[in-house]
Unconditional design. Structure first.
Lengths: 390, 104
């Protein structure tokens, strides 16, 4: 073997983790690996969903297959899914794929007896395995309503209508049917790098800066109004220029030295927010009238949220339209991705990512080991002979 | 399934059934990182047919060995990602716990 492979090992940093949501950064890897992970998370991580429905009685307004379809789409907590077997691979059951190792049984029975409409919800589904139950969202958004969090409504019944059924849930992957997909959305974006050309930026007026900042559909830039850069204060009575330098202040203490005394005046910059480059101020002290002019460096445009940038080139087009084409430079870092993973509740978000890696490894194992089999040669003996001879 | 020649075993096309871009693209990327590989690409002959062809040409080593090694490399990458995620989640949870403690 000649050399070692030049492959890189990626780095991960987690930004937020909740039960059904995860945002993290994946660095030092290629888009093909990021895409492979995304595809596996959506389509190939196994979950459990209702697959076979036996309707005993149904006098509701929805027909049997309609209700069966809705039942299939209900998300079930699927922590067991990775360890479970596919029904078709199960050798414990007598062929009908309904044993306890490869499936979970549910039953539901509802009849409306009073005049009020009865909502048949996912909470009415009773499972034979307490670890596989319809996902329950403790809905924290509306504090008042969630007192009776009713679950997903399957069908509504009028007086006299009845629904009774038995359902079998099996393991499956999103590729077969979307009901088995554990992901609500999985997205990744390239991390943007934004450089502001400060020299060009200073040649813009405040109006132009505001226009530039507002030209972006999402808030990527903002104008720094509070901490302006105070460059100097010119005292007009006794003309002394107090150079302040280009540090940032919220307020400035000005020491005015009179013949008799020293007075300190505090100037709050928040009061001077509307000013442009220089303003004239007058401060009345006990006996001393201080007139001074303050000089500010122009308002600063800074990057408020680089990741809000959606790679529309609106800000670049605006810069060109204003006649300043190199104003900002935006690159997408080619090996840095920001993933957003949101699940249906069937699996935790962090668990989904780990399962996806596990499934990807299993696929690789299958390819690696299949290259060893001699079956192919036997099946395609003619092809081999053709290759040999031809 | 490997389509190649018995005369020259350094180049072959591997036809993988029930596979799609998910595996083929990431394998292609990993194969390209290997210095023994002179050419590597993949194609999906028809979208309705779940089959992916991966072509590998090497500097002399057996194509199937190079493919197997790349599978191994990609598995190592997955393993690394997995342990990094575990660690990162733990760190994040600890950080959150510490922050919630200090606010109180």
């Amino acid at each position: 073997m000649e050399g070692v492979s030049y492959q890189r090992f990626p780095k991960i940093k987690i930004r937020t983790v909740r039960d059904d949501f995860m945002k993290f950064e994946l660095r030092e890897t290629d888009a093909s690996i990021a895409n492979a992970l995304r595809r596996v998370m959506i389509a190939e991580v196994p979950t459990i969903a209702i697959d076979l429905v036996e309707i005993e009685v149904n006098s509701s307004v929805l027909n049997d297959e309609f209700i069966a379809h809705r039942l299939g789409l209900i998300p079930l907590t699927s922590e067991r899914a990775m360890a479970m077997r596919f029904s078709r691979d199960c050798d414990a059951c007598d062929g009908d794929g309904q044993c306890e190792y490869c499936s979970v049984e549910f039953h539901l029975r509802a009849k409306c007896i009073n005049d009020q409409t009865l909502d048949v919800t996912s909470k009415d589904l009773y499972s034979s395995d307490h670890t596989v139950v319809p996902v329950d969202f403790p809905d924290s958004s509306t504090g008042l309503d969630n007192a009776d969090n009713r679950g997903i409504i399957i069908v509504k019944l009028r007086r006299g209508q009845e629904l009774g059924l038995r359902a079998i849930a099996r393991k499956g992957i999103g590729k077969d049917h979307a009901k088995w997909s554990p992901a609500a959305t999985v997205t990744f974006m390239y991390e943007p790098e934004i450089y502001i050309n400060e020299e060009l930026m200073e040649t813009l007026t405040l109006e132009e800066k505001k226009e530039f900042v507002e030209s972006s559909p999402t808030k990527v830039f903002d104008i720094n109004a509070n901490t302006q850069q105070l460059t100097s204060i010119l005292l007009l009575n006794a003309p002394t220029l107090y150079p302040v330098g280009s540090a940032e202040f919220h307020s400035v203490f000005l020491q005015i030295v009179d013949s008799n005394q020293i007075c300190s005046v505090e100037i709050f910059l928040s009061e001077l927010m509307a000013c442009e480059n220089s303003s004239f101020y007058n401060v009345q002290l006990s006996h001393f009238n201080a007139n001074f002019v303050v000089h500010f460096a122009p308002f600063q445009v800074y990057v408020y949220d680089a990741e809000a940038y959606t790679y529309d080139d609106e800000v670049l087009k605006k810069a060109e339209a204003m006649g300043k084409p190199g104003l900002v430079e935006i690159h997408a870092k080619e090996d840095s991705f920001i993933f957003t993973v949101e699940t249906t509740g069937a699996i935790k978000a962090s668990q989904l990512f780990l399962n996806a890696i596990e499934v990807l490894k299993q696929k690789l194992d299958a390819v690696r080991l299949s290259a060893d089999t001699v079956e192919a040669d036997e099946q395609f003996g003619e092809l081999g002979a053709h290759m040999r001879g031809g | 399934m490997e389509h190649g020649s018995f005369q020259d075993e350094s180049q072959a096309t591997f036809s993988l059934t029930d596979e799609d871009h998910t595996l083929a693209n990431s394998l292609r990327y990993t194969l390209n990182q290997d210095p023994r590989v002179t050419f590597c690409g993949y194609s999906i002959p028809h979208p309705s047919d779940a089959r992916a062809n991966i072509r590998v040409q090497t500097t002399g080593d057996l194509a199937r060995d190079v493919l197997k090694d790349s599978c191994q490399d990609l598995m190592l990458v997955c393993q690394h990602v997995r342990s990094t995620v575990d660690q990162a989640v733990m760190e994040f949870k600890n950080k959150q716990w510490v922050e919630s403690m200090t606010i109180k």
